[in-house]
Design a protein around this ligand. Structure first.
Ligand SMILES: Cc1ncc(COP(=O)(O)O)c(C=O)c1O
Length: 385
């Protein structure tokens, strides 16, 4: 599914950003750095100027960190991979938001973790469900994505953020906060500063400059270009050191050159990071609105969804009786795919009536075409029923 973007299939399945907007960044990063040191081994914790850039950028989000608490990775998924390498052994319990990102579930399964899903609602993780599990289990950590959870697009309320943090603190449970989609907010609190005041990260709420209960991870892969493969983890220095020691084993400093190119882009006088994000958000808002209009076609009657105010996905409960995997098979036959809900659940019996549609990667024409093909597939099932 991940690489279908290169074929003739229209894909609404992936976790990709808008390919047609990559040109906005690629023009600024065509040259290799002239400094030959760039071709030598670097500090495995990552390119220091880029870590300093992040440290300074996060001050807008009220996040005060020391550069030594920042480990650069190839993306959020590598952050998760490194964490599991250093602290999860086969059979160890790990809590995840339910549903959650298929990639994160895959990493946890490969480590043999015992994955315990915790349900949520439109405000975030359900406190009583978390409390009930913590009464009998001491997990290695809790994995959550409070800003536009993949796949549901839920944006946790401030109150729920504070409550979950408080409960985890009292039980001394590490929270892994994945903020992969946090910059892609296009609802009411559109400007970055008012957004982070209204929806502070759990890391900020925790208030430990040196990293207490929260490990914060994120990435440029959804905002600049996935193939630059650069993300970060920030947190408790001891844990970051452990993860840093696992990093060369995982990829032997594979992407320091990419980090330099990314830094070159971010400080380029012809590129404005905040303008770039605004432009992405403007386009993504339009694409989501377009998808919403297309969902008014008769084929989708009975489908249910909540419109997210950011992120990359629309999470849909299919009309009664329709199964996502059968619909996917039929849709692929017509030339379009999407993510079946079952991939987002730890328990594979869940999610059969759900699908996740990506509205960011396909351009507007492909989006219209793709949605028309899925509607056709739905109509075939309805006609049979
Ligand atoms: C919640 C979440 N975390 C991490 C990732 C992976 O991001 P990256 O490309 O930065 O590894 C994804 C999707 O690709 C995701 O949905």
């Amino acid at each position: 599914m991940k690489y279908s973007v290169h074929g003739s299939l229209i894909t609404l399945a992936d976790e990709f950003s808008a390919q047609d907007l990559f040109s906005l960044t690629s023009v600024h990063i065509t040259d290799l750095p002239s400094d030959l040191v760039a071709l030598q081994y670097e500090n495995p914790d990552g390119y220091m100027p880029l870590r300093e850039w992040l440290q300074s950028e996060w001050k807008h989000k009220e996040m005060e960190v020391d550069v030594n608490q920042i480990l650069l990775t190839t993306g959020s998924e590598q952050g998760m991979d490194l964490l599991t390498r250093v602290c999860v052994e086969s059979g160890d319990p790990v809590l995840v938001e339910n549903p959650t990102s298929p990639g994160i579930l895959q990493i946890l399964r490969m480590r043999g973790a015992s994955i315990i899903p915790i349900d949520g609602d439109e405000e975030g993780l359900l406190l009583h469900s978390l409390d009930k599990v913590l009464a009998t289990t001491t997990p290695k950590f809790l994995f959550v994505a409070p800003n536009f959870t993949n796949p549901t697009g839920v944006l946790w309320s401030l109150e729920r953020r504070a409550q979950v943090l408080d409960l985890c603190r009292r039980n001394r449970i590490l929270i892994v906060e994945d903020d992969t989609y946090g910059d892609l907010h296009f609802g009411e609190s559109n400007d970055p500063e008012s957004f982070s005041i209204r929806y502070p990260s759990l890391f900020t709420l925790d208030g430990h400059g040196m990293g207490g209960q929260v490990l914060y991870m994120g990435s440029f892969n959804k905002t600049v270009a996935p193939e630059l493969r650069t993300g970060w983890v920030v947190g408790n220095r001891k844990l970051i050191e452990l993860m840093g020691a696992a990093k060369p084993i995982a990829d032997f400093q594979l992407n320091i050159l990419n980090q330099r190119m990314l830094y070159q882009l971010l400080v380029s006088t012809t590129f404005d990071w905040h303008e770039h994000i605004l432009l992405l958000k403007r386009e993504y808002r339009i694409r989501l609105k377009l998808m919403k209009e297309l969902l008014k076609q008769p084929a989708w009657r009975g489908a249910r969804y909540d419109l997210p105010s950011g992120g990359m996905f629309l999470w849909i409960q299919l009309p009664e009786g329709l199964r996502s995997e059968a619909l996917l098979k039929c849709s692929i036959g017509k030339g379009v795919d999407f993510c079946p809900g079952v991939l987002c659940f730890a328990n594979k019996r869940e999610g059969r009536g759900n699908i996740r549609l990506n509205f960011t990667q396909p351009g507007r024409d492909k989006l219209i075409q793709g949605m028309r093909l899925i509607s056709e597939a739905i109509n075939e099932f309805t006609a049979r029923g």
